[in-house]
Ligand binder design. Structure first.
Ligand SMILES: Cc1cc2nc3c(=O)[nH]c(=O)nc-3n(C[C@H](O)[C@H](O)[C@H](O)COP(=O)(O)O)c2cc1C
Length: 194
């Protein structure tokens, strides 16, 4: 099972990155899960222009999204939406890489403004890629950070729970793919008319 953690902030000191690093640490203890941390600061992508040369520069990102069975996508709320750098990255991928994959979304926000617009717009663009964004979603405001780390245990637990749920769904989908016999309907079930 492979989970991609995608960080939508490229700020040098970023609460979004720090939060995902805390999640990565939690996932160290979750067996049979391989984590692929994609940091757009560490691996910057060019501005999408659609040319062959341009797409070649983003090949590794596209391949990593392709390999992921499920994703956690986190972004700061910037002016009532998610970050531009995150949108640019996902402009390189298509439904081919994302379709049917369980996704958890997390927003970081500041000044008590909320982060809900970030989550709503992330949900909309990921739906455009046919991703299965789960209903649960989380906002972590800047007030919950101290020395660059989230210190709110309830929120950290919520993030871990959301991630477990994403992994559970991905496992179920994998089982369905590998053991279709388990999901075959009996003749009786096929005849049920509602
Ligand atoms: C350009 C800009 C726009 C922002 N707009 C919002 C906003 O609309 N709503 C909000 O809650 N916070 C807003 N913030 C605050 C950020 O969401 C918050 O500081 C977040 O934690 C930054 O994440 P980062 O440290 O990972 O970059 C904005 C910050 C910046 C730099």
């Amino acid at each position: 099972m492979r989970i991609a953690l995608v960080c939508g902030s490229v700020r040098e000191v970023s609460s979004t990155r720090s939060l995902l690093k805390q999640l990565e640490k939690f996932l160290d203890d979750v067996q049979e899960v391989k984590v692929d941390f994609f940091d757009l600061k560490e691996t910057p992508l060019p501005i999408f222009d659609g040319s062959l040369e341009n797409r070649k520069q983003a090949e590794s990102f596209v391949e990593r999204m392709n390999l992921a069975d499920c994703l956690i996508v986190a972004s700061p709320e910037y002016h009532n939406s998610f970050s531009g750098v995150l949108k640019n990255a996902f402009d390189f991928v298509s439904g081919e890489q994302i379709k049917g994959k369980p996704i958890g979304i997390i927003a970081t926000s500041g000044g008590g403004k909320g982060g809900i617009n970030c989550l709503n717009s992330m949900r909309t663009f990921l739906r455009g890629l046919y991703g299965m964004v789960l209903a649960e979603q989380i906002v972590v405001d800047g007030v919950f950070f101290e020395d660059g780390r989230c210190i709110n245990v309830d929120l950290l637990e919520k993030i871990n729970d959301l991630t477990n749920e994403v992994i559970d769904f991905a496992n179920m989908l994998q089982l369905r793919k590998n053991r279709p016999d388990l999901f075959e309907k009996t003749e009786q079930e096929n005849n049920i008319c509602i």
